[in-house]
Write a protein of this length. Structure first.
Length: 364
């Protein structure tokens, strides 16, 4: 009987895995992002974690530490029982992705001696899980039989992460936490993508890209354009002011990571080794009336986007030649004013080329 149940469950998950990728919620994920080797699916009995691979294996990709709410019910098939949704299930991909050579999901992993993905549930619940290289999926209302069902799943060991869902899902995100309300969803699995970034030469590539746009859109001798801080030498008459302005932006964007460093700025836009800061208007929550958007806040909302957020942003013209609209896949929307330095079309070109440059470093 147990073997029959396991076979049915495995077939159910296999059908999900072989189905087409889900349509993104606002925008599609970055094309350079790879599928994670993990699938989350659910029904009224709980949530399932399954390995997403294209070949059969006799060894498990998962290394599970069983607990009261975690149960292995098949080869690379783990069930999270409802009950303790505030304690996250930790899916640790560090061993999988931090090998010298990343193995694609389509490659036979029989030669692997040890499971590469560790799954466990900690005994203690922390107040915050904002640890580096980790992302939290908060799945809400996945069970029709339980009131306000909820489960946290923390994915560890990733620089970049993306959650794709059916359009019926209600999504929101704040920093590394992505809330997915699936109360009205018929499709009962998530499309998860992510990977690692190799940013070893980013300090050389960013100034080169900035200079490219200065050369393309500014006449020699005209003021404005990107300031590359490595060029702020003593012989530059503006060196002191440039360095002072750069330091001020580090404070405004609250960049406390001692491993980060400013590379270039354009007025109040700051580009660092680890992300980009923009002075924005932020859109308030959508009102209940259909088609009515909330008002935008005033400027001086200094928002820093780490690269894992920036490469999934979308950019479009907004109203006049100076303003542009910025949106992410999780229903957040902003307005950026290019002022006199670049038109919005020119900046959209720059942002898209910067996205392409950063995301080309994925999984390398």
């Amino acid at each position: 009987m147990t073997r029959t149940i396991v076979s049915i469950l495995t077939l159910f998950v296999a059908v999900l895995i072989l189905s087409n990728d889900l349509v993104g919620q606002i925008g599609h994920s970055n094309p350079n992002l790879r599928d994670l080797p993990v699938v989350l699916s659910w029904n009224d009995d709980g949530i399932r974690i399954t390995a997403k691979t294209a070949v059969d294996r006799t060894t498990n990709l998962f290394q599970l530490t069983p607990s009261r709410f975690l149960e292995q019910i098949g080869n690379d098939l783990i069930r999270i029982a409802p009950g303790d949704g505030t304690t996250p299930v930790i899916v640790d991909l560090s061993g999988y992705y931090e090998r010298s050579e990343v193995v694609d999901a389509s490659i036979n992993l029989l030669a692997m001696d040890q499971p590469r993905i560790k799954i466990h549930m900690p005994k203690l619940t922390l107040s915050s899980y904002s640890e580096p290289n980790s992302f939290i999926v908060e799945l809400r209302n996945y069970s029709s039989e339980l009131h306000a069902s909820r489960q946290l799943v923390l994915f560890r060991g990733l620089d970049v992460f993306y959650v794709g869902t059916d359009r019926c899902a209600n999504l929101s995100a704040n920093q590394n936490r992505i809330v997915v309300d699936v109360d009205k969803c018929e499709v009962k699995h998530l499309a998860l993508k992510g990977g690692l970034l190799n940013l070893t030469d980013i300090e050389e590539k960013i100034p080169t890209l900035c200079q490219k746009y200065n050369d393309r859109y500014f006449i020699q001798g005209q003021s404005g354009g990107f300031i590359c801080l490595e060029d702020c030498r003593k012989e530059d008459p503006n060196a002191y002011q440039n360095l002072k302005h750069g330091r001020g932006l580090v404070t405004k964007y609250n960049i406390t990571d001692f491993q980060d460093a400013p590379v270039s700025f354009l007025d109040n836009m700051l580009i660092t080794k680890k992300g980009i800061g923009l002075n924005l208007k932020t859109e308030a929550q959508v009102t209940e009336k259909r088609g009515k958007k909330g008002a935008f806040s005033a400027y001086d909302s200094y928002r820093f986007f780490p690269w894992h957020e920036f490469i999934n942003l979308s950019f479009a013209k907004y109203i006049d030649e100076n303003q542009l609209s910025i949106s992410d896949p999780y229903n957040n929307r902003y307005i950026y004013n290019s002022k006199v330095h670049f038109s919005n079309v020119e900046l959209i070109q720059f942002f898209n080329e910067l996205k392409a440059m950063i995301s080309a470093q994925l999984n390398q």
